[in-house]
Design a protein around this ligand. Structure first.
Ligand SMILES: Cc1cc2nc3c(=O)[nH]c(=O)nc-3n(C[C@H](O)[C@H](O)[C@H](O)COP(=O)(O)O)c2cc1C
Length: 351
């Protein structure tokens, strides 16, 4: 129970490099980030291609009422999958939404034989973890931040917020959004549904949010694992406190990925691919990254319930005119490494 990387739920992290051919690319895909670790994917694998499907049952309800985060998570998996083809001697050709914008099939990846190559992002696929712990009070130079997007940033969709005044304003907005989300009973319940409080739950479900992923010190983690599981209210309080005292208090910079059209699924899939690449590059550069999407979750919740828009104008004031926020994350130099979280195996998610 105290082993951070034990049991079948963690085997996908140890086995993925040994899985040959197209299934090996799927083994890399399942290690990607996804909202609440829902792993909302299904794969159909043949010798000359992989179809990637969305699993709409694996959703977070009122936390993601328009399914934007789910599509971003599918984009993250797709990026790992494509990156993993080259080292396996496969040349991928990607077609997004081959059945149109409403289809469950989000991508077809055609596979042709290629010459096995190397890729520094492939090498860190199993070291990338969401790091919710404290970061060091060292600034990250703008040139280092700029290099995280790499050559692939499209149409100016990535914005860095590292100047102290704007960083503090975004930090306050993140705390306010966490409080508002917890005060909204439906969002709090839907959030809590993905918490796996015990090792038995974690091994049975092989998904969701776990204590190992909370960025605690070894001592705090050991104590937390011995205590009885937290109630929903206690979990909400813990998250708000950590958002104020650790997450926003130690963020060196925030990245925000924006979109011109928040209804465009293709843009969400591409944003997920970009997000995963940024996270892999950050990992390779020794930087930590923590996804923090409570503001856009509140924006979508207000829009879906017809409530007055309180978070959209506050976030817009921190962004270029007309840019619509889709994803937010913090980066910095970590005090401690992130830890692996559970995953379903290739056999469980593919046919
Ligand atoms: C679209 C998306 C939204 C996410 N939103 C949050 C968030 O608001 N807060 C958070 O702590 N983690 C967030 N995450 C991180 C996931 O919880 C994390 O990827 C998942 O638990 C698996 O853990 P790993 O990234 O360490 O492999 C998000 C991830 C994605 C892809």
């Amino acid at each position: 129970m105290l082993d951070p990387a034990g049991g079948p739920a963690h085997e996908p992290w140890h086995r993925w490099r040994d899985v040959p051919g197209p299934r090996g690319a799927v083994a890399a895909a399942v290690l990607a980030a996804s909202p609440h670790n829902t792993q909302p994917w299904d794969f159909v694998v043949t010798d000359d291609g992989i179809d990637v499907y969305s699993d709409p049952a694996r959703d977070t309800g009122s936390v993601d009422p328009f399914g934007r985060e789910r599509d971003v998570g599918l984009g993250c998996a797709l990026e790992n999958l494509v990156i993993a083809c080259g080292p396996r001697g496969l040349r991928p050709t990607l077609a997004l939404l081959p059945d149109g914008g409403d289809g469950l099939r989000v991508a077809h990846v055609g596979l042709a034989p290629g010459v096995p190559g190397t890729d520094p992002l492939y090498d860190v696929i199993d070291r990338r973890h969401t790091n919710r712990g404290p970061y060091r009070p060292t600034p990250v130079p703008p040139a280092v931040l700029g290099a995280l997007a790499g050559p692939d940033e499209t149409a100016g969709s990535l914005h860095w917020i590292d100047e102290p005044g704007r960083r503090a304003a975004l930090g306050q907005l993140l705390v306010d959004a966490a409080e508002a989300l917890c005060a909204d009973e439906q969002q709090s319940v839907d959030n809590f549904a993905w918490f796996r409080a015990t090792n038995d739950d974690e091994q049975r479900h092989r998904d969701g949010l776990v204590l190992d992923g909370q960025g605690l010190s070894p001592l705090e983690l050991g104590v937390a694992k011995l205590l009885p599981p937290s109630s929903r209210t206690e979990g909400d309080r813990f998250w708000i406190d950590r958002t104020r005292d650790v997450h926003t208090a130690t963020a060196a910079a925030y990245g925000v990925i924006t979109t011109a059209d928040p209804e465009d699924r293709r843009a969400h899939l591409e944003a997920g691919r970009l997000l995963q690449r940024i996270h892999l590059r950050a990992t390779a550069a020794g930087l930590a990254l923590h996804h923090m999407n409570q503001i856009t979750e509140r924006i979508d919740r207000e829009a879906s319930t017809g409530a007055p828009a309180t978070f959209a104008p506050r976030f817009a004031a921190l962004l270029p005119t007309g840019a619509r926020p889709l994803l937010t994350f913090r980066v910095g130099r970590p005090v401690r490494d992130g830890r692996p979280t559970p995953r379903r195996s290739v056999a469980m998610v593919s046919r």
